[in-house]
Design a protein. Structure first.
Lengths: 337, 337
């Protein structure tokens, strides 16, 4: 497998990107192409030991920032690390693509340059989030803030294929975010999509209220991108608030600091359970080849896990299986006409 | 002030309702009317000391449960505690109404029996939620899962009036839940309402991302009821998950239990900050007279605080001030035509 990495995207680029890539070629059966400013990349590579036949550098001169209009940037910055990397994926020079750069620009590059799988109406952004019982997949986390029922149906199918093929979950439980458990509850969108989800080739377990989301009751949780963005960011914000308060409580006096020592292991384990950098990045589901959006604040470890995930994403042939499923459902719809 | 309380609604009815009401007449300048099954209420009152001239019981024979279709129940169960209490409010026999019963039925009773303030398109459900810097008001938390821009505008105005009149906040900061801070971000609804919020007689501070919600950056946070319901319930679910994990960490061994003792005070204070039973219940904003929805799981303490809040809600003449503001904006709209 060959993974192309946008070396210039993210808060800690290119250092974190280069270090993550080096660890990837050391530990995983992958080759990595780093795309970005060659002198900066070479400088970061200095002194590092790795198999040079497995790591390549492609020089680019431009960078897309978080602050520019994403689609305009994609169109105009032809020699940016993101555009060049996306085109390499499209042109079969790599099997998967990882970037910690602008989410909007990556969505644009995924849709416009890499292209959609035939039949997929809207690619979705799908991060894995922590629960009491392990990670689950949120689809969509913000790529599509206004959704039609058919979009949500496709999110459910794509998420289910990923969780089964990559995570090895038999019959992933797919749930729909709603304001109540009863089938009749919901807004226009959830009411319209419910019968479609019931008829889809997935294990649909019905509605899930947001209160139940952290309990690990579903493997794939489906909602429109506005709601998904709220779920993603509120989880981050509340976790940060809790951890911050806990820290203050423990750092108050020498005695509390001593108390903290007794539970240190437990807290570290819990923090690790909540830390989703090890899950990799967010998937772009529905593009023709695998694209991974690493968190903007990714460190070297997070980049390594994102590359590892990209490798699994490509190895499990998820995009091919989504394409197969879409073809099937397009055929069924045509027959039904 | 006279507060009418649905004695039969809620998981711990009528015991919690009666005990909360007794405490209210002991500690607050209020009279309370308990509406429900008289023998059960009388039994709960036995042995309690309070001024009998301040507490009344109205006997009813029916109860509306959480499991029946709310509007049908409101129409058919004329002698239910909720319907009788709502009608007493409407007929000026009380100044405010508190129920811990079915949310759907209470919304129905509020809209159909108590009635909307002239000009208010949709009453909203508005609970106070905890943040690092004290409570803030969420409007709407689930009464209206499909919203028009004009609904959100009214939520913002009503929430702002409540926070200024009842909570004494000068120029409450009103923010709109969105997927990014930039004004151009959002779905069709948020894009349409943004210019309306900027022109409204409120202190609109712009978009708020869900990550920032727990940081206490706004006093009133506005969104459609589907999104609001997700915010409310995810906050509950994550708080529960964190506290549960923390408990497990501390109860692991005798040594960790000793460690827990050192931070007990800090944890109790933090839990108290997060515990919103002391904020009272959720407001119904937009009904002609004050209605409070207490949490279904309310204990006596929560019922007491809900009655206290109902008293402040009525005393501050919030409904009158909302009516005045609506009249003003109706007039402006007519002049503009």
């Amino acid at each position: 497998m060959r993974i192309v990495v946008d070396a210039m995207g993210g808060d800690h680029a290119p250092a974190a990107q280069v270090e993550g890539a080096v660890r990837a070629v050391q530990e995983l059966p992958v080759e990595v192409i780093l795309v970005g400013d060659e002198p900066s990349i070479i400088k970061q590579l200095e002194g590092k030991e790795f198999d040079r036949s497995k790591l390549f550098v492609i020089h680019t001169t431009e960078v897309i920032s978080n602050n520019e209009p994403p689609l305009k940037a994609i169109r105009e910055k032809k020699n940016s690390s993101m555009v060049v990397a996306a085109n390499m994926l499209k042109n079969d020079q790599a099997d998967a693509f990882v970037s910690a750069g602008s989410t909007g620009a990556l969505l644009g590059a995924g849709t416009l340059l890499v292209g959609r799988i035939k039949g997929v109406e809207r690619p979705a952004l799908a991060p894995a989030l922590p629960s009491d019982k392990g990670p689950w997949l949120l689809v969509d986390a913000g790529a599509n803030v206004d959704c039609k029922p058919s979009h949500l149906l496709q999110f459910a199918i794509m998420g289910s294929i990923y969780m089964s093929e990559v995570m090895g979950i038999m019959e992933p439980r797919v749930a729909l975010v709603n304001v109540g458990e009863e089938e009749k509850k919901g807004n226009e969108l959830t009411k319209a999509v419910t019968p479609m989800l019931k008829a889809a080739p997935i294990h649909f377990t019905g509605n899930i209220e947001a209160r139940e989301i952290p309990m690990g009751k579903a493997d794939v949780i489906v909602c429109d991108g506005f709601v998904g963005n709220v779920i993603l960011k509120l989880t981050e914000g509340l976790a940060q608030m809790f951890m911050g308060n806990l820290k203050n409580i423990f750092y108050r006096t020498p005695v509390t600091k001593l108390g903290a020592l007794t539970v240190k292991k437990g807290l570290v384990d819990f923090k690790k359970k909540m830390d989703y950098t090890e899950y990799g990045g967010a998937l772009l589901l529905g593009t023709r080849y695998p694209v991974i959006k690493a968190h903007g604040s990714s460190n070297a470890k997070a980049m390594f896990y994102a590359i590892k995930q990209a490798n699994k994403f490509a190895e499990a042939k998820v995009t091919e299986k989504i394409a197969e499923e879409m073809k099937q459902s397009l055929k069924e719809n045509t027959n039904a006409d």
